[in-house]
Design a protein around this ligand. Structure first.
Ligand code: SAM
Length: 177
């Protein structure tokens, strides 16, 4: 499945750490791409550096208009999955979402405009209590991949962790010229 994520909301500029973590979770839990607006350019560099060190082809696109991206992806047949505590219980919709070919997951920062609820093909609640876009995204991606995302390797890493019962073991593939 092709999975993209867009983080929307006016608070993004003041939420650099949360935005970075949304992008890190998207990358490491098996999404292909994140769209972000109003972000500090340092975030793009942080994620690019992580791709370089730890591998994979996760993409970042800085956008000016998240509404346009949602409309454009929807017109291209991508299903819009909006994470919101007001949505349907994830337990009841995860099977349907798993069967989609392409999805765009929308996560908010603060108050989300009402029209997103109408544009969404799925409004999905990870419980009906308020918590965090980072946790909601991680749980949705895990329900979609059912843990398999942690079994696949990232392409062309400079560094690879060899899991240990105790301690750390990191193999470096970096070539020096
Ligand atoms: N009251 C806000 C609203 O209008 O949705 C909540 C904002 S919350 C701090 C930021 C984002 O976290 C939300 O936009 C949503 O994407 C995600 N989120 C928080 N709790 C959630 C839940 N129980 N289920 C799904 N997503 C959730």
């Amino acid at each position: 499945m092709e999975i993209e994520v867009v983080r929307i909301g006016q608070r993004v500029v003041r939420d650099d750490r949360v935005t970075t973590h949304v992008a890190l979770v998207a990358r490491s839990f098996g999404a292909n791409k994140i769209y972000m607006n109003e972000v500090n350019s340092e975030i793009e560099k942080t994620i690019s550096d992580i791709n370089k060190t730890w591998g994979g082809n996760f993409q970042i696109e800085i956008i000016s208009e998240w509404k346009e991206i949602i409309k454009e992806r929807k017109n291209a047949g991508v299903k819009i999955v909006h994470l919101t505590m007001y949505g349907q219980n994830i337990n009841n919709v995860q099977m349907k979402i798993r069967n989609e070919d392409k999805i765009l997951i929308v996560v908010g920062a603060e108050k989300v405009p009402r029209e997103i609820y109408e544009m969404a093909d799925y409004n999905v609640a990870v419980g009906n209590q308020p918590h965090s876009e980072i946790s909601a995204l991680g749980i949705l991606l895990d329900r979609i991949h059912q843990g398999k995302q942690f079994e696949s390797d990232f392409d062309n890493p400079e560094r690879v962790i060899i899991p240990q019962e105790h301690g750390k073991n990191v193999v470096t593939n970096k070539t020096t010229d």
